[in-house]
Design a protein around this ligand. Structure first.
Ligand code: CS2
Length: 509
């Protein structure tokens, strides 16, 4: 499909040139690329330059600049590892979005990122970047655990070791709340207007939560500064959606083979993309509505629908699918037993999401099934299973609470939560040990050790972790019993058998 570019035709993929501004011109004509000037001062700083940011927000800003709206270059910052900076900086910030839809592939080189700072190596450089006069918006994808909030009260956890450390040394922070406050303090000191803080993480009320984290931190450091932030900084909420599986070395090789260059920073994704943003900015605002972003006053309904239908079923498929021996989402959803289960889960969740006006649940579910079936993505179930303790509350427990309040069926939802509990055993159905990749893994492991082997004791032990389950669920005998029955079923029969018996008969599955 593509003409090999600039270089020798028979080169092995390893010896091909690396993507860089110098070879843009020579790319095959079918590859979309930035045709705008890339040297303007950055209008955005983004914290957490993972694959999701590169396949989602950065693409919208690339489109905006391609349409002629200048000034939205992004300076990325990694709050932890230097890996993304090592991948992107030698490429002048350029990378390829590989959009895969079954057998068809579309390549697009994105130019909106200028460079990536590595915060732990030079925290001051990031604070200075945040204080640049040209910066109007700071966007975040720092994952659920990057906010350090108490799930019960929604307040910043001042006893969290990383937050406590930043409060000791606010001028060389390591956390996102620490950097945002240091950046805002520097702007205030320089007499500059503040920037808008736009969270793009998969959390309900991500705007108010970010605000709580930033204000909670600022109050401890300097009450005057906190008052200024409270009065003048906008924290719009947003709902983000695009499936972006982790890039593998095979993906990098496949792109090299296809396009004739190597790109260490490429991301792979699906054609679908959605961004709903609360229209509340305190500084220059990008005209995102011109590039397909839904600007609205009510993001919450969109967030609920997405988190509970998409992410809830994703997490359920991750635990049940991986326990049942599947590696990828498309494999699990191709099994009618799993497809039937997902339909049942959606039947239970849909009536309690309080969806926004204009939301067509039937079409949304149909589209999701198609997205999950995209076999070219290889979206790993183990990747989705990661950080479950941070994901469970908004993806599955929120549905459970709403179903309980409305006295509605919750069989499939309970099974999904029981599967998360089963996953915490860190042992496959064949008895092989695996690592539970989760910030609370030690806590869940020690609770399970103390509980012993009985399913009921194990359920009670994990339900007692208030950071995940709050206080209400462990006090509800129907929830405890429902989870115990489901966990017993999973332990005795295994995930697939359990699903086959209970959800395998649906005609529409
Ligand atoms: C997934 C999400 O890894 C996960 O937990 O559920 O990353 C999901 O792919 C995105 O939210 C889709 O927008």
């Amino acid at each position: 499909m593509l003409r090999r570019i600039c270089f020798v035709f028979v080169m092995a993929p390893m010896s091909l040139p690396r993507l860089s501004p110098d070879c843009l011109e020579a790319l095959d004509a079918s590859i979309q690329r930035p045709a705008y000037a890339r040297d303007a001062a950055a209008g955005i700083v983004h914290l957490g330059v993972g694959a999701f940011h590169r396949a989602h927000q950065a693409v919208y800003f690339d489109q905006l600049m391609a349409q002629g709206e200048a000034g939205w270059q992004i300076r990325g910052a990694s709050l932890r590892s230097p890996r993304v900076a090592e991948q992107l900086n030698p490429q002048g910030g350029l990378y390829t979005v590989v959009e895969r839809d079954g057998p068809s592939t579309h390549l697009r080189v994105i130019g909106s990122l200028c460079d990536v700072l590595v915060a732990p190596e030079d925290p001051q450089a990031l604070i200075e970047a945040l204080a640049e006069p040209s910066v109007a918006v700071v966007t975040l994808t720092i994952t659920e655990k990057g906010y350090h909030l108490d799930p019960d009260t929604g307040a910043l956890r001042l006893d969290d070791p990383a937050i406590a450390d930043d409060l000791q040394h606010p001028s060389r922070p390591a956390t996102a709340p620490g950097f945002l406050v240091a950046g805002l303090a520097a702007r205030r000191a320089a007499g500059l207007p503040p920037f808008t803080v736009l969270s793009c993480d998969n959390l309900p009320d991500n705007g108010p939560r970010t605000r709580a984290a930033v204000l909670g931190f600022a109050r401890e450091v300097n009450p005057d500064l906190a008052d200024w932030i409270e009065a003048s900084v906008a924290f719009p909420a947003s709902m983000v959606d695009r499936i972006v599986p982790a890039t593998t070395p095979e993906d990098v090789d496949a792109l090299a083979e296809m396009a004739g260059y190597r790109d260490a920073a490429m991301v792979k994704t699906e054609p679908f993309t959605q961004w709903v943003v609360e229209d509340h900015f305190c500084h220059r605002r990008p005209s995102l509505e011109t590039v397909g972003v839904q600007m609205t006053d009510d993001v919450a309904g969109w967030e609920r629908a997405k988190l509970r239908l998409l992410n809830g079923s994703h997490s359920a498929l991750a635990y049940l699918g991986a326990l049942g021996g599947y590696a990828y989402v498309h494999e699990a959803i191709a099994d009618p037993v799993y497809a039937g289960f997902v339909e049942q889960l959606w039947d239970e969740v849909e009536p309690v999401i309080e969806a926004p006006a204009g939301f067509d649940a039937k079409a949304y579910r149909r589209a999701l099934t198609g997205r999950y079936a995209n076999s070219a993505l290889n979206h790993s179930l183990v990747q989705i299973a990661m950080d479950g303790s941070q994901k469970l509350p908004q993806r599955l427990l929120a549905s459970l609470r709403a179903q309980r309040a409305a006295r509605r069926p919750m069989d499939a939802t309970l099974l999904a939560v029981a599967a998360w509990i089963r996953w915490q055993f860190g042992e496959s159905e064949q008895g092989e040990a695996f690592t539970v990749d989760d910030p609370l893994a030690e806590m869940t492991a020690s609770a399970l050790r103390d509980a012993g082997p009985k399913p009921g004791d194990r359920v009670n032990a994990l339900l007692s972790i208030e950071a995940i389950f709050g206080r209400d669920l462990k006090a509800d005998p129907a929830i405890v019993e429902g989870l115990t029955l489901n966990l017993t079923d999973l332990m005795q029969n295994g995930a697939r058998n359990c699903l086959a018996r209970r959800f395998g008969q649906r005609e529409d599955g």
